[in-house]
Design a protein around this ligand. Structure first.
Ligand code: A3P
Length: 345
């Protein structure tokens, strides 16, 4: 009798224990995934009409896995139709600036449940060969998404390439354009560092930054050097303004995105008319990397690749001073046009 009672008690305890563990696991998974996967609240503004379809919560984890499969190209046509997935043209593009923090910005925006990123730089508008393949080719390069989500791509070469503004305008004259900038001299050195690393990888030698940035004949800033030209932000922006009003641009402070990403991302959410969903939970400082990394949920987090955040070579201070002086009037003009002022020297 006593033995029977003990067995019954053990059985009850086992059932209760399983229930408690099950609930705990459910709660943990929910806290981790809810922020990213919850059906969206309205996204107003220029993005036009939205599907009001809501994704039932219990199916979200499953659907997320599915979206991943679709991105890998493993979905059948039937599955795509069933889940109402589409490959949408971007509603916003990060057009530059190279080495401004374009990858960090795209990855961080992708934390938002309404945003789906095109992982690769597509180079549709700046590459004549790609552009000749037509808009459907471009669309097919986009990831699958739910109709209420927006697709964002980034190709930093767009900002400085002559033909791009007109081409983008022809695709969508009301598209939103994101430009992430850093203090121009630092950006130029970062640009140089990337090229230098490429040369070193191929066992090639390369000039010192000082030699490229300063014209040895005039001792003035070498405006033919691409890394210098790219940092004259106002010159490039003026070309874009022939096609798009300034309201269609949002300037992101790339230096602040490094040290304090959340407020910068909140400004972008506002600009894109997205409900504020990216939180401090999604961003954590990784002391080893020396940068903020991304937390999607309790199990999935990531830092950017090691090619982001390189150590810059030391540059002669007189060259830095010369460059800063050179960029100064262009920066003033840039502040004036964009309405966003930076503490650049
Ligand atoms: P450096 O390598 O000069 O430090 P892009 O993606 O446009 O090429 O920009 C690269 C820059 O992004 C890096 O330049 C780095 O400073 C900056 N960045 C901003 N946020 C970052 C982050 N969270 N992790 C790594 N790099 C980040």
């Amino acid at each position: 009798m006593l033995f029977k009672q003990q067995a019954l008690l053990r059985q009850k305890l086992f059932v209760l224990g399983s229930l408690a563990i099950g609930s705990l696991l459910y709660l943990v998974a929910r806290v981790g995934s809810l922020d990213r996967l919850q059906p969206l609240c309205p996204i107003d503004g220029r993005f036009g009409s939205r599907s009001q379809d809501e994704i039932p919560l219990r199916a979200l984890q499953f659907k997320r896995g599915l979206l991943h499969e679709f991105r890998k190209g493993n979905a059948t046509k039937e599955q795509i139709r069933l889940h109402n997935l589409v490959q949408q043209l971007p509603k916003a593009i990060i057009i530059g600036v190279r080495k401004g923090g374009t990858r960090a910005l795209l990855e961080m925006l992708n934390l938002h449940p309404a945003v789906v990123k095109a992982s690769q730089e597509i180079h549709f508008f700046d590459n004549d060969e790609n552009y000749a393949k037509g808009i459907e080719w471009y669309r097919k390069k986009m990831p699958f998404s739910y109709p209420h989500q927006i697709t964002i791509e980034k190709s930093p070469a767009y900002f400085i390439t002559e033909e791009v503004p007109e081409r983008i305008y022809k695709m969508n004259s009301s598209i939103k354009l994101l430009i992430i900038v850093r203090e121009p001299t630092t950006r130029a050195i970062s640009d140089y560092t990337q090229v230098l690393e490429g040369k070193e990888r191929k066992n090639k030698t390369y000039y010192k930054f000082e030699k490229l940035a300063i014209d040895p004949n005039t001792c003035e800033v070498n405006t033919k050097y691409k890394a210098v030209r790219t940092s004259i932000y106002t010159k490039h922006l003026e070309r874009w303004l022939k096609y798009f009003p300034i309201e269609q641009f949002h300037i992101v402070d790339g230096d602040r995105l490094i040290t304090e990403p959340l407020p910068e991302l909140q400004l972008v959410e506002k600009f894109l008319n997205l409900p504020p969903r990216i939180s401090q939970y999604n961003l954590y400082f990784n002391a080893t990397r020396g940068f903020y990394c991304l937390r999607f949920n309790i199990v999935f987090n990531k830092c950017l690749a090691g090619s982001k955040g390189r150590i810059h070579p030391e540059v002669d201070t007189s060259v830095i001073t010369k460059l800063r002086k050179f960029f100064h009037p262009f920066n003033q003009k840039f502040y004036q046009i964009t309405g966003r002022t930076f503490n650049w020297p």
